[in-house]
Design a protein around this ligand. Structure first.
Ligand code: TXE
Length: 479
């Protein structure tokens, strides 16, 4: 299969005629060829987005909401295809792709369609004047997204950007381009206005960098690694582009001594190993009160052992492959490093060779490492794979100190029978998102984003709608 860029409503080849191979990481097979686009393709896409802007931004909010609803319905009728394609492109279990990726890609459109209707009118009365705030589109916005939740994260940005009247140039990860292409096919099938959404495929250093540098792209929403986020900020900030950066995490799962240990063990395993640990919210550091540590470890290992690593195409697989052979090497190198740093592997610890058709797949057993210092490299650097380190603490204050001991600050969870104590610990963790007695329980109205090196800004609900608009205050003096 060869896919093309989607520019001005047409599927077109990259101007240089060059293509990249795309692989299924669970088999190693080439599944498709994708455009290796350059700044020239981005320039065409920006032109198409600019041409489409006057008509799209002139639609009423309710007309744009109707379009979001139409897109959601069209995706809903093809949700099994989304799940199949996403599972093949990422190596994630089909089950997960159905429950999470396909479902959320649809609900992103449904949610922002509904939420845009609830946007409060902002007015501020003065003694002698009234201020009112209107939201104008920014113009052409650039979206750059990663490979771990491809269509889920892309639509999380596309839906609010569209509903607020912007037109879009987006680049999905070169490792997982297929569901973005599928979305373009769906848009073409419902006669979505041409040029409003343009998708350009290719490498970050070429197509991605060209989005950052293009002077007519007025805002950038980026999700990806922290080191790439630095490049995004360094390029876009001097051009005064509006920026939203959702970056990496090294999140703590904190098990207090009064927690229901069996529930906490299952929660900690899910937080560590969902999507092979390749979610920025994953709890890759498990902090356990010393009083219950010995009782907790076997429960955690049991919970991990119930997770079946298997062919992602089969319904009963819980854990699939990681995203690529290169990423597998990186993750395995961290496991080797952990051994050198004095860590003991208490679960997993190696590559898994599965039977055909997955014998060349990039599978790693879910791995838990104990005995490492909380400031060791494996406990502070984002591994982004099925690897969690486990650490003992004495007292809640030490747990909070340990949780805050990394350069990241995205998420975390606290497990306890005492909700007041759970909230008190959660409030002291330096992260944008904390859960008490749960993990990845999402209400799309809430602010989502990180502190420290985990990012800048918040998305979700009003925050997304405000990001994708120019808020304009009009002050009217009374007669
Ligand atoms: O991400 P990149 P990679 C973390 C995780 C992972 C590491 C690297 O630790 O191991 O990042 O993953 C585009 N200008 N996360 O290399 O490079 C790129 O093409 C513009 C956490 O895959 O950040 C892709 O579309 N764009 C994360 C997107 O940026 C550029 C999810 C993300 O890729 C670019 C993924 C450039 N110069 C990885 N260079 C999360 N927070 O969920 C690359 N890109």
């Amino acid at each position: 299969m060869q896919i093309e860029n989607f520019i001005g409503g047409n599927f077109i080849a990259p101007l240089n005629g060059d293509y990249l191979e795309n692989h299924n990481p669970a088999t190693g097979n080439v599944t498709s060829h994708i455009p290796n686009s350059t700044a020239d393709d981005i320039a065409e896409a920006v032109q198409a987005a600019q041409d489409a802007l006057p008509a799209w931004s002139a639609l009423s909010l309710s007309e744009r909401i109707e379009w979001l609803e139409k897109i959601a319905q069209a995706l809903e009728s093809r949700k099994d295809e989304i799940a199949n394609i996403e599972s093949m492109d990422t190596g994630k279990p089909i089950n997960l792709a159905r429950r999470v990726d396909a479902a959320r890609s649809i609900s992103n459109f449904e949610f922002f369609a509904k939420h845009a209707e609830t946007l409060a009118e902002l007015t501020y009365e003065m003694d002698d004047a009234t201020n009112y705030v209107i939201r104008k589109p920014i113009g052409v916005v650039g979206l750059i997204t990663p490979w771990n939740l491809p269509l889920y994260l892309l639509t999380w940005k596309i839906a609010p950007a569209l509903v607020m009247g912007n037109t879009i140039v987006a680049k999905p990860s070169e490792l997982t381009p297929l569901t973005a292409n599928f979305l373009c096919e769906v848009l073409a099938s419902i006669d979505f206005p041409k040029g409003v959404l343009n998708i350009v495929h290719g490498l970050g250093i070429n197509a991605g960098q060209a989005i950052l540098e293009h002077p007519q792209i007025k805002a950038i929403s980026f999700t990806g690694g922290t080191s790439t986020g630095k490049i995004v900020a360094a390029t876009a900030a001097p051009m005064f582009k509006k920026l939203s950066l959702e970056l990496g995490g090294k999140n703590a799962t904190i098990i207090l001594d009064d927690a229901n240990l069996s529930t906490a063990a299952k929660g900690a395993a899910r937080a560590a190993f969902t999507n092979s640990g390749q979610v920025c919210l994953c709890g890759s550091r498990i902090l356990v009160d010393a009083k219950i540590y010995d009782e907790f470890i076997p429960l955690l290992i049991d919970a991990v052992n119930t997770m079946k690593v298997g062919n992602p195409a089969q319904d009963d697989s819980d854990i699939g492959s990681v995203i690529s052979p290169d990423h597998m090497k990186k993750v395995l190198s961290y496991i080797e490093l952990a051994k050198q740093e004095g860590g003991r592997i208490i679960s997993g610890g190696e590559r898994m060779i599965l039977p055909q058709p997955n014998s060349n797949g990039s599978f790693i057993a879910p791995t838990i490492i104990e005995g490492l210092g909380i400031d060791s490299r494996c406990a502070t650097e984002e591994i982004f794979g099925p690897v969690a380190t486990i650490h003992k603490f004495t007292g809640d204050e030490e747990a909070i100190r340990m949780a805050n001991g990394t350069e990241y600050g995205l998420a975390g969870s606290v497990w306890t029978a005492d909700l007041a104590r759970g909230k008190s610990v959660a409030e002291k963790v330096e992260s944008g998102i904390l859960w008490v007695n749960t993990w990845l329980h999402r209400d799309l109205r809430t602010p989502f984003g990180g502190v420290k090196n985990s990012g800048v800004g918040r998305e979700g609900g009003d925050w997304s709608l405000n990001f994708f608009s120019e808020l304009t205050n009009i002050c009217v003096k009374d007669d």
